[in-house]
Design a protein around this ligand. Structure first.
Ligand code: PMP
Length: 364
């Protein structure tokens, strides 16, 4: 069935579920450490749990399809009009909506090698043509991405920080990039991990939205806000973009519990601060151990680290299996073209320690 370009899609491979790994390897679920999906190791903030408990009373009704209250919270936070906001079922939804809204079959989409797996998926799902630009030092080569633009290019995906490599593009480089992109090409600036950036790296992409009608900033509430299971993200862009995304999204794409939790989490600055601090400490813990083990890793600005576990192309899969047998789930990245590497999400201190001990054993 279906068009060739749909049949050609390689399905998304997520982190393996705890229950499945426990069953396959005969392990106790409670003892499994999952550092595979860049989740917040603190889980959901208490404020969000309380908001959900209250919202359950009304969950027999449809959610507010336009997310009036959540948009009001975002408006207050970012100082942008509600008309500039699109809510998504996770920020994945925003990425996919962008491809659907702006790309016709045969038209081209640009993204970097080793960037987020959903970019090729979203492109292929609409019959778009991928122009994959070779990575530079595991990150985006913005100069080459400008050179790659063709007459029929309609969309460019940039992940900053990037997943799975954790690389970061300084704000001024993105701004000069935006100046050079033709106005009929939409730039999706995917900032799923932006809240983890050290203060000296932070930049104000929302301010650029007023300047660039072709810019869509995408944010996730799955990472620092700890709401991955609820599926909520949002896009900020001028109405020329937002209006189209809103026409094609599902009418009730964000459920009512997620909306309630998101409002609470957005205002929970304590939780965000604590999460970012825990992440910084965990990054230090993991990378110190990698140094001691003489393992190469890519310096990361996200809540995960890409680490090289061997010199042969079987290394990632082999070490991954050895970790699974010890009840540690991380992410192999062979599907990203990185078969010698593993991506390890930063967990709680004790989770990181368990993972590191298992890694040491696996490498021995
Ligand atoms: N963008 C990037 C770069 C990501 O790594 C992820 C999560 N893996 C997402 C977007 C999507 O996250 P979510 O749909 O949970 O908001």
């Amino acid at each position: 069935f279906g068009p060739d370009y749909v049949r050609a899609i390689a399905p998304y491979q997520g982190g393996r579920p705890i229950a499945e790994v426990a069953r396959e390897f005969g392990l106790d679920e409670a003892r499994i450490v999952k550092l595979a999906s860049n989740e917040n190791p603190l889980g959901m903030p208490e404020s969000a749990k309380k908001a959900i408990a209250l919202a359950i009373a009304d969950a027999g009704r449809y959610p507010d399809g336009n997310g009036f209250e959540l948009k009001a919270a975002l408006t207050a936070k970012y100082g942008v009009p509600a008309e500039w906001i699109t809510l998504g079922n996770g920020s994945n939804d925003i990425l996919e909506l962008s491809a659907h809204a702006f790309v016709q079959p045969g038209q081209s989409v640009i993204y970097a090698q080793y960037s987020f797996a959903v970019y090729p998926l979203a492109t292929q799902a609409v019959g778009g043509r991928s122009l994959v630009v070779a990575a530079k030092d595991f990150g985006h080569d913005l100069e080459a991405m400008i050179d790659a633009i063709e007459d029929d290019t309609r969309l460019i995906f940039i992940a900053n920080p990037n997943n799975p490599t954790g690389t970061f593009i300084p704000g001024h480089e993105i701004e000069s990039f935006l100046k050079r992109v033709p106005p009929n090409v939409v730039v999706v600036l995917d900032e799923a991990y932006t809240e983890f950036l050290a203060p000296e790296l932070q930049y104000d992409s929302i301010a650029w939205v007023a300047q660039y009608p072709n810019l869509l900033v995408s944010r996730s509430m799955s990472k620092v806000y700890g709401l991955a299971g609820l599926r909520i993200g949002y896009g900020i862009a001028q109405p020329g973009i937002t209006d189209l995304l809103n026409r094609i999204r599902q009418p009730f794409n964000v459920n009512s519990l997620a909306q309630a939790a998101a409002i609470a989490a957005l205002n929970d600055t304590e939780f965000v601060k604590k999460s970012a601090e825990l992440n910084a400490a965990g990054y230090h813990q993991l990378t110190q151990a990698f140094d001691a083990l003489k393992l190469m890793y890519v310096p990361s600005c996200g809540n995960f680290v890409l680490v090289k576990v061997g010199d042969d192309d079987g290394a990632g899969a082999r070490i991954n299996l050895a970790l699974l047998k010890q009840g540690v789930i991380v992410r192999p990245v062979g599907n990203y073209g990185l078969p010698q590497w593993l991506r390890i999400s930063i967990g709680l201190e004790e989770e990181n320690a368990i993972c590191l001990a298992a890694l040491k054993k696996a490498l021995a």
